[in-house]
Design a protein around this ligand. Sequence first.
Ligand code: VGL
Ligand code: ZN
Length: 213
Amino acid sequence: MKPDENDLLLIIDVQNDFCSDGALAVPGGDDVVPVINKLQPCFRHIAITQDWHPEHHGSFASSHPGKDPFSTIEMPYGEQTLWPDHCIQGSGGAEFHAELNTDPAALIIRKGMNPAIDSYSAFFENDRTTSTGLSGYLRKLDIKRVFCAGLAYDFCVRFSAGDASREGFKTFVISDACRAIDIDNSAALTTEFLEKNNIELITSELISPESIR
Ligand code: VGL
Ligand code: ZN
């Protein structure tokens, strides 16, 4: 499979807090970095997301007295998993992994900035209606297919891929370029979700290594 002018590589949340020793470390999170760096020359269009929360964000367990990280609460927009404080705007944990190549990306899209609504997806906040503007940007570039990679497979990658597909883009998830948090079977449920929604799980070797830059 050879990516062309109408394809986008969407690199999701490869940030220090999701990598080793991070506040919300995803097992094996660092391992996605060389895989993603190797894929970048194969894509003309690249966008990167950055989880970017204000202090005391509503998705933090610390904002809900008596609640532990990884428990869930009901928010006005539905169920929300509570997380350790992570990816706070301007903090080292919110920075991209030092080895991630961010140079070829035309767009860095920050999300999770509204204190009252979490935002897993690169396209919509968790209320499923507040847009980040990414769909419009991709349509203007005539993007037809979106290839997702990054962290975490079972949260931000899952929601971004689901929305990309819902927005009409043919969507792929590059499995070896992702790692999962995996709470309550969320990794296996994500694979089921992707299959059900016609989102293709592929591996990075399927993408032609030829540079198009
Ligand atoms: C993420 C939990 C909270 C992710 C972001 O990038 O998957 N997960 N914030
Ligand atoms: Zn977050």
